[in-house]
Write a protein that binds this ligand. Sequence first.
Ligand SMILES: [Zn+2]
Length: 127
Amino acid sequence: METVSGKPNGKPKCKNGRCADFAEVALESKDYCLDHFIGCCYERLEMFDPLIRARSMEPAHSLAARRFLQECSNRAVVVCFCHTQLTNSDRPRLLQILLWCEDLQRLLRRPGIQQTAEVAQVATALY
Ligand SMILES: [Zn+2]
């Protein structure tokens, strides 16, 4: 068995600029410590939430939102079940992220949200 050598620590660092912690969760191809993963989820959810509720998303954004929500909830579930050192403040935040993702995913599935390339063309033609 070979191990990765030459690095003082095998684990990558959190991608948040000022954070010195090791990364534990990846989100959108970036590695974060648990705290910054949660923070990043909230930041993105707060950004997508009003857009999705207002049904004012362009199809490209709607697709990005779907991808993010899927990844975000998958990661949050993995963290919930696999992370052994969750604190009493991590758990409710992770649960809130999961429920929030689910809520927004449900809203995105409503009829009336632009879903296809055809609709995209109509939408851009109107501007
Ligand atoms: Zn961090």
